[in-house]
Design a protein around this ligand. Structure first.
Ligand SMILES: [Zn+2]
Ligand SMILES: [Zn+2]
Length: 326
């Protein structure tokens, strides 16, 4: 098998040949068809997330075909599956026992503590792989596996409000905006100042307003979701939500949040973070996405050009999601 491997933070990934993997008990070997690139991959490669397994194959938005199965696996070879960030949970900690496996005390994360999908093949825990029988386009489907799933969890955390602000109009936002429109909500999209391409994409997906993240929305919002890893956006978003409004931080890493006056939090406004996903989130979202007619905007890179895809993500050089194809 071939893989793009991280040996140390802030180093480019290196293309390597590795022995073909073998599925242990409860595991599957998946031939990767496509793996989307998530901002979290950038945080891993850049060393913002400090405890990766090394050497590491990044990538946790995987779509592929089951090639072989270990003992005790129900899936059959030939079936298309998706493999997300949540790669394993202990099943017995207090969080797992109370339906909050996203907060498990002993989790495994694909492309962080387990090898991921920037490769031709990946080994996954079969219990954390999702059949994708109705999804015929691996490239279009890959961004659903994290941008979609974490975006969906973020939207649920935002509550039932009608007016939803979205800060950072990248992969997650462009998926979740479509879900909001399907649910009859209004999307207010905030981008980097002057990012006309992102604002045009947001409008094409049904946003009722677009502007720079330093701007105030034209009306007070019921909730705001921040996908950009920028702490300054938390007070900015708090100023834009109505009483009782929520500000949801959807990323795994964010720069420091500046000091802000209590008055912009008062009025029962809330600031929340989203951590990981549960398998229930995945089942819900993979059922909802086709019903909502979610489409994705993708830029395809051959696997060998993973470093270029990461650099382009860092620089904001494409709309939607980058997807690696082995
Ligand atoms: Zn991700
Ligand atoms: Zn647990």
């Amino acid at each position: 098998m071939r893989a793009m491997v991280l040996h140390a933070p802030r180093q480019p990934l290196r293309l390597e040949e590795r022995p073909d993997p073998v599925a242990g008990p409860g595991e599957i070997v998946v031939r990767v068809e496509a793996c989307a690139v998530c901002r979290t991959d950038l945080h891993v490669v850049d060393g913002d997330l400090t405890e990766p397994k090394l050497p590491l194959v990044p990538g946790h938005e995987i779509v592929g075909i089951v090639e072989s199965c270990g003992e005790g696996v129900d899936l059959v070879p030939g079936r298309r599956v998706g493999i997300p960030w949540l790669g394993h949970t202990c099943g017995c900690c207090g969080y797992c026992a109370s339906g909050r496996e996203n907060l498990c005390d002993n989790p495994g994360f694909t492309g962080y503590t387990r090898d991921g999908g920037f490769a031709s093949h990946v080994v996954a825990d079969a219990d954390f792989a999702f059949p994708l029988d109705g999804f015929s386009d691996p490239v279009a489907t890959a961004p659903l596996m994290c941008a979609g799933l974490i975006g969906w969890r973020s939207l649920k955390m935002a509550g039932e409000g009608r007016r939803i602000g979205i800060y950072g109009f990248g992969a997650a936002a462009h998926i979740i905006a479509q879900v909001c429109v399907y649910q009859g909500r209004e999307v207010y999209a905030f981008t980097r100042a002057g990012d006309d391409a992102a604002q045009a994409l947001a409008r094409s997906l049904g946003a009722v307003w677009t502007g720079g993240s330093e701007e105030s929305p034209p009306v007070l919002l019921d909730a705001a979701i921040i996908f950009a890893p920028v702490g300054e956006l938390v007070p900015a978003a708090l100023r834009g939500v109505a009483k009782g409004g929520r500000v949801v931080c959807g990323g795994i890493h964010m720069s420091d949040i500046p000091q802000f006056p209590y008055s912009i939090l008062w009025g029962e406004r809330q600031v929340l973070s989203v951590a990981n996903l549960t398998r229930a989130d995945a089942v819900e979202f993979l059922e909802l996405a086709p019903r909502a007619g979610v489409t994705t905007t993708t830029t395809v890179y051959p696997l060998e050009r993973a470093n270029e895809a990461l650099a382009d993500l860092r620089a904001g050089r494409f709309q939607g999601a980058a997807v690696l194809v082995p």
